[in-house]
Design a protein around this ligand. Structure first.
Ligand code: HPA
Length: 279
């Protein structure tokens, strides 16, 4: 059995990146990658759409050393964009700390992206809305975060990133400029460890701290990306109101159901954002 917490050397990341480059070469697509998108719970439709548009699919389990997601709604596929999406990598699914992965493994993919030359990283997630104004199906662009976990030092991080610089104002500004039927807010995200959802009491605590939405991911990858010099845009899809704030059932199936309902608008919004990113 693989030790989930084995330290991963940069050699592993280089091998993984080399494999992705070789797949690009084999399929005749450019291996100049500028932007990547990590697609969270139920938000993988953007990867399917990129595939429909001619994108090249590489399964995570083909890529040396890349940890594979085990949670429903995380397909474990990397799509190399073509045509208008040329230079973009879409990652369908992530591994979470709550699956027992170390911080090193949860951020491994980001270091592979770094090896591939990616400069902009969009990190998406499904989240529970806490801000009273948020409705199910809205988007929230992260302008701050809270975490109670010790996630600040993923492997390979040699410089400390001021958290004021973590969420890129410029990318957020670009994302705000896109018209969409979805309501797009900004706010503070709290990462909880999971895998259980929060208690209503915890949600009240988060609310009193000024948190707008809560989830179980995104912060480790974003810290690793920022430390690697990438610009980071965090996007939450509000798939439910957080625990205790509504009578709706709160479970992974419901989260996936809501994500599927907004997928068409979400994909359009995302592709529009991608088309406007600075080169
Ligand atoms: N809490 C934590 N993670 C989540 C939630 C939530 O309410 N919804 C989707 N992911």
């Amino acid at each position: 059995m693989v030790d989930q917490n084995t330290f991963i050397s940069t050699n592993d990341e280089q091998q993984a990146a080399e494999f992705v480059r070789s797949q690009a070469a084999l399929r005749g697509v450019s291996a100049e990658f500028k932007t990547a998108v990590i697609l969270g719970s139920g938000l993988g439709a953007a990867g399917d759409r990129a595939e429909d548009l001619g994108g090249i699919v590489v399964r995570y389990d083909q890529i040396p050393h890349l940890p594979c997601p085990a949670v429903d709604g995380h397909a474990g596929r990397l799509i190399l964009g073509t045509g208008e999406l040329s230079g973009t990598l879409l990652l369908q699914g992530r591994v979470h700390l709550y699956e027992g992965h170390s911080l090193e493994r949860a951020t491994f993919a980001v270091r592979v992206l770094q090896q591939l030359g990616v400069r902009n990283l969009l990190v998406t997630n499904a989240a529970g809305g806490i801000n009273d104004v948020f409705r199910v199906g809205d988007l929230m662009l992260l302008n701050g975060h809270w975490t109670f976990l010790n996630v600040n030092q993923p492997a390979g991080v040699t410089r400390r990133v001021p958290s004021t610089k973590l969420w890129c104002d410029r990318l957020r500004h670009v994302a705000r400029s896109v018209e969409s039927p979805l309501s797009v807010h900004e706010g503070v995200y709290a990462m909880m460890q999971g895998p259980n959802y929060e208690t209503p009491a915890e949600v009240q605590m988060l609310k009193s701290l000024g948190v707008d939405a809560v989830g179980m991911s995104t912060v480790p990858e974003s810290l690793a990306a920022s430390a690697a010099g990438m610009k980071v845009l965090g996007v939450s899809c509000i798939t439910n109101l957080a625990s205790g704030l509504s009578d709706q059932p709160l479970n992974h199936a419901e989260v996936s159901r809501v994500a599927a309902k907004v997928e068409t608008d979400f994909v359009e919004w995302l592709f529009d954002v991608l088309s406007r990113l600075p080169v």
